[in-house]
Design a protein around this ligand. Sequence first.
Ligand SMILES: Cc1cc2nc3c(=O)[nH]c(=O)nc-3n(C[C@H](O)[C@H](O)[C@H](O)COP(=O)(O)OP(=O)(O)OC[C@H]3O[C@@H](n4cnc5c(N)ncnc54)[C@H](O)[C@@H]3O)c2cc1C
Length: 387
Amino acid sequence: MLGFTLSEEQSAIQKLALEFTQKEIKPVAIKFENDAEGKLAEAIFRKAAEVGILGLPISKEYGGGDASNVECSIVLEELAAGCGGIATAIGASWFGQTPIMLAATPEQRQRWLPPLTRDGNLCCMAMTEPAGGSDIENPHMHSKTIRTIARTDGDDYMVNGTKIWPSNSTNSHLYTVVATINPELGDEGSCILVIPRGTPGLSFGKPIKKMGMDADSNSEIFLDNVRVSKDSLLGKVGDGARLLQRTLIYNRTGAGAIATGIARGAFELALKYAKERITAGKPLIEHEIICTMFADMSTEIEAARLLYLRAAWFNAQRGLANMAWSTMAKVYASDVAMRVTTDAVQVMGSYGYSREVGVEKYMRDAKIMQIYIGANELTRQVIGEAL
Ligand SMILES: Cc1cc2nc3c(=O)[nH]c(=O)nc-3n(C[C@H](O)[C@H](O)[C@H](O)COP(=O)(O)OP(=O)(O)OC[C@H]3O[C@@H](n4cnc5c(N)ncnc54)[C@H](O)[C@@H]3O)c2cc1C
């Protein structure tokens, strides 16, 4: 039975993330767009590692926090209430780690996981390609659109292809690369390889300027005759598609939590404003039409949180991870984030529209939540099919 309170340990982790967000993230949240080299974000990732946030999902054996999908999702909500870009970068690092935690051998885990708990080292889930992102996530396409090819060359794989958009593209320690040995084989040819930064042939384009999520670095990733040994492969050839779909279950729940946090961050700023701002002789919040907006915003945020927590709770039970629930959490929370952040800007008037106040940043960050880790049109189809 799912209780409606967090355990003592979960509350302590939530408090840690809340305090980290207030101290380290909120004071600089609107500065990331002018931080072209990503130094501000890098300092935050280092501090996140020091306090144990970055390595949270990794088991204690490898230096991590051994947290379940519930604790990780709660932390993502807190981080996103301060800055969606930081939450996205950390959540995406966990996205890249998930296939390792699901399918790596003990020797591979020992090689790849401990560095991801320290020094602000991030992981990158390199899935999307220039010719399409949704199709690679779409199980009906059976991996036939993947154009990153891993060709056998003696005891090695020679990997060639281009990725675009992955979070932490330019600044990761490790790249979890979705590939195929031959697209015509469909899912049977799909595979996931783990490639460390610094491997010859692995290079990056310039960070792409975006509408929001500035703390997250996104660019092209070029794989040009990247030679890796066969023990860079997770599982075996043919496991890639199944592993990607399992990974998406956990990380769509995380996206639901990030979207909830973005909505909450904007809501909290707008509520404070509405209590202080006087119009027509009384605080804004006392105008019935405004009060109703806040009632709806608050209800939707609570509902989004319950959806992601339920999905996360099932994900944390062995054998019960559920794609439909996780996807519902992502779809619903991302739509809530877009509606709530838009309304938050509306009730704050021109202050809401100002780049200096910080509420419009939540609105810009919210938009991609309806697109990444499965555009909401595709993900609604996933939910519909599960019915
Ligand atoms: C900030 C940010 C972070 C990201 N992080 C990562 C990451 O960590 N790793 C990674 O690999 N990628 C990442 N991405 C890429 C992102 O996941 C993809 O851009 C996304 O999956 C959509 O792919 P696309 O842009 O190729 O759009 P397309 O696949 O071309 O889709 C365009 C639009 O078409 C519609 N559509 C697509 N398919 C269908 C369908 N089957 N039915 C109906 N409508 C459909 C949707 O409206 C969709 O928005 C990130 C992108 C950004 C901007």
